[in-house]
Design a binder for this molecule. Structure first.
Ligand code: NAD
Length: 265
């Protein structure tokens, strides 16, 4: 595993496992399989309604809590609702701290939400706090108003939406960029893209592995999702090869400069 160091000083595994659209009753089984495969960084959310299954899988693994990096995200708006949801998330995940909590998207009172996150960070309940689906203006507002900087920005990023300007902005502000939907959820026939499969064949790797390797080499955190144990394994086997500078440059040319899901941050 490779790690990035957050502006809090803590380490975050650069490859994680996303659990969006995994039904609550299947989450414990699927996350347990991911843990067996080697994943220690799990990305869930209040909105996914599967935090409980993630917590059960981590407990059932028998591994120490500190071996894991758990991210969850808030769908609450405002200070009071967020305070309550942080307590609920700790309970759902059966833990006394969460490694990273994000505001999932821009809610009406996101400053009140952030205030509650900052206090929970200062109290040690959250080891890092951050944002998801925010634009530069909104992030600048947070940076100006709060003493605790966001550690992470999780926005859509994949080979068709490379977020060049946003990543530069994050770099300048010491915020770690994290990609959601690293495969664009399979849209645009991404797993059969001729450039990606051709590059992959040189390294005996699949298009999926090339995509993840590209993100890792760009310095981004990636959280691919798969409910299938073979694909979980395939997506984890990305630390034994390195894309050449020429291949990286060729993949950079796939950027369209806009997303596939209608997010306009
Ligand atoms: P993804 O880009 O990870 O794609 C998942 C799809 O790709 C699944 O249908 C899976 O079957 C398929 N797939 C996975 N590995 C494959 C492989 N090796 N070969 C062929 N097909 C493969 O999509 P996602 O789940 O939307 O995104 C990943 C994670 O990002 C989510 O689970 C979630 O944790 C997070 N996310 C966050 C937000 C946000 O608003 N913050 C939005 C979307 C996703």
């Amino acid at each position: 595993m490779q790690y990035v160091t957050l502006n809090t000083g803590t380490q975050m595994p650069q490859l994680g496992f996303g659990v969006y659209q995994i039904p609550e009753k299947e989450t414990e089984r699927i996350v347990s399989q991911a843990i067996k495969t080697g994943y220690r960084h799990i990305d869930t959310a209040q909105y996914y309604r599967n935090e409980v299954g993630v917590g059960q899988a981590i407990k059932a693994s028998g591994l120490p809590r500190e071996n894991f990096f758990i991210t969850t995200k808030l769908a609450t708006s405002g200070y009071r609702a967020t305070k309550a949801q942080i307590v609920q998330a700790l309970k759902n995940l059966q833990t006394d701290y969460i490694d990273l909590m994000l505001i999932h998207w821009v809610v009406s009172d996101y400053e009140g939400t952030y205030q509650a996150l900052q206090e929970a960070y200062q109290a040690g309940q959250l080891k890092a706090i951050g944002l998801s689906n925010f634009n530069q203006e909104q992030i600048k507002g947070i940076l100006a108003k709060f003493s605790v900087k966001p550690a992470v920005l999780q926005n859509e990023m994949h080979v068709f939406q490379q977020q060049v300007a946003m990543r530069q902005f994050c770099h300048e502000n010491d915020i770690q960029f994290e990609s959601w939907a690293p495969f664009g959820e399979g849209k645009e026939n991404i797993f059969n893209h001729p450039l990606l499969t051709t590059i992959g064949s040189q390294y005996h790797k699949t298009a999926a592995q090339v995509i993840l390797r590209f993100l890792l080499q760009e310095g981004v955190v990636a959280i691919p999702k798969s409910a299938n144990s073979e694909r979980m394994k395939e997506n984890f086997e990305v630390f034994d090869f390195e894309l050449s500078a020429k291949d990286m440059e060729a993949i950079r040319q796939l950027d369209r400069g806009h997303g596939l899901f209608g997010w306009n941050e």
